[in-house]
Design a protein around this ligand. Sequence first.
Ligand code: G3I
Length: 375
Amino acid sequence: MKKMELLSVLCLVALTACGTPDDNRDTSLKEALKSKFWIGTALNVGHIFQRDPRADLLIKHQFSAIVAENCMKSMYLQPHPGEFFFDEADRFVEYGEKNNMWITGHTLIWHSQAPAWFFVDETGADVSREVLIERMRSHIHTVVGRYKGRIKGWDVVNEAIMEDGSWRKSKFYEIIGEDFIPLAFRFAHEADPEAELYYNDYNEWHAGKRATVTRLVRDMKAAGLRVDGVGMQGHIGMDYPSIEEYQAAIDDYAAAGVKVMVTELDMSALPRPQQGMDGANITDTVAFRAAMNPYTAGLPQDVSDRWNKRMGEVFKLFLDNSDKISRVTLWGVTDGGSWLNNFPMPGRTDYALPFDRNYEAKPVVNDIIKMAKTK
Ligand code: G3I
């Protein structure tokens, strides 16, 4: 370890160990929330291989659950037919086991980050329904089977329903039809009967999506399939969704008879490029890029205050619903590593997570710990 890194680690240890009586720095999120829900984070490959000692310390100190941000997606696990690459996923699972963490597998069936070969034959034409079902079966059996008894829950299907409640016209849907979802759950259950199985999606507070997802869950359960939970990703904004909308969605999914999980929580502090602004003339201008990336030198105090307040309100909602919510997972460890620095525009400086670029807890962390103690 380099001298500077060692110094930072020592500082972090000192900071996390020596809280004053009126703060909670000596308490971690995982300690404070242990009787409420798992508190998780998404690990990138650098985290998995422990390349950043400060991040490593933070992950182990604060979190009781992990999910892989990218390395278990099908394009990485099975880049070519029948050729699997498990090096990173194996290390990820070992990391979770060594640190007694709840390990979630993300994700088995997703239209995005699936390898192109999955859907086509050697001539480039779409494969038949039977062939695609067999590829799904083989992929799910191989991956879930490898980690049987070790990965505790799987995002079986990701992002299949649109906000208006219609089905995403993915290759899975076009070639197999609506059946691809129950089939995926059936294959996952065959491969590991003990594993929890989840449907995972974003913006799941939209009424249309809520209606279709709850119907899907109820139908699968009525058909005797194992479905344990709905993962609400939680890529939220400073002004959406409202706490009431969020509450109504949590109630709906819980009423369908499954656990609710917040699986990919983050909250951008940056302006959202609006539809219609993305014409080349506008987005190419230096002025536009600067307007969309206003906080490169740090987050102004008033914006930071609003961010912390809103994130606190969101956690209050989760704590109020801890009888329904089994896990809350942040999508990343610190602001510097958040995918939102590159989405929906590349190269921005966002402030989306409860831990900042210096690995320091933002005020909301202390607020969450206090709330957890009193609820
Ligand atoms: O690994 C390559 C690297 O070799 C290359 O040099 C680099 C250049 O851009 O790209 C790297 O791949 C990137 C990958 O993340 C790993 O960093 C991809 O371009 C990039 O598209 C990919 O983005 C991920 C995205 O899913 C893909 O759709 C984000 O990190 C990840 O946070 C995001 O996660 C998704 C969830 O899985 C599902 N829900 C939404 C969420 C946010 O989009």
